[in-house]
Design a protein around this ligand. Sequence first.
Ligand SMILES: CC(C)(COP(=O)(O)OP(=O)(O)OC[C@H]1O[C@@H](n2cnc3c(N)ncnc32)[C@H](O)[C@@H]1OP(=O)(O)O)[C@@H](O)C(=O)NCCC(=O)NCCS
Length: 153
Amino acid sequence: MDIQLRPVRRHDVPQLAVLLGQLGYPTTEESARERLDLWAGDPAGWLIGADHDGELVGVAALHVLPLLQSTGKMGRLVALVVDESHRSRGVGQLLVAAAEDQARAAGCIKMEVTSRRHRTRTHEFYRLLGYEDISPSSARFIKLFPADRPPRG
Ligand SMILES: CC(C)(COP(=O)(O)OP(=O)(O)OC[C@H]1O[C@@H](n2cnc3c(N)ncnc32)[C@H](O)[C@@H]1OP(=O)(O)O)[C@@H](O)C(=O)NCCC(=O)NCCS
């Protein structure tokens, strides 16, 4: 299968919405367009697309942030998904490798990805690529902001 890696573009919005749905986050095309525009305006973010015959069949979203406890930056794989009809053919590994290359080029010393506990096969995929599950030693806390409250100040 001939796969080209390239940036995700505006004409990919319908397929991006499909991919996000397959990832478990049903998304309208309008929301997918809005998010794509947010990523496009962020110099620390990259949306790496996998293209097969002009169609977006996978995406890796990489964000890079500076560390303070170490010298260097960390790459965070914010999302990774391959179209259901193109899985198990190496596309996921290609996308992760491209995200890692981009992260290294941007000054990262490590990568991080979080993944829901129910995705057990996906966790094997990450282990295969050299990622270690550190969750037993590191808790993860999340606080959701209510949508209707404006920021202070
Ligand atoms: C995880 C995912 C991106 C992998 O993409 P892919 O293109 O299928 O993966 P590759 O073909 O590069 O590598 C597959 C190999 O990794 C291993 N592997 C382990 N877990 C796997 C999984 N969940 N999916 C695919 N391969 C997996 C296998 O060895 C597999 O080879 P095989 O298919 O011959 O058994 C894809 O399955 C996917 O989109 N899953 C749903 C969304 C998801 O879980 N995303 C990650 C969120 S944190």
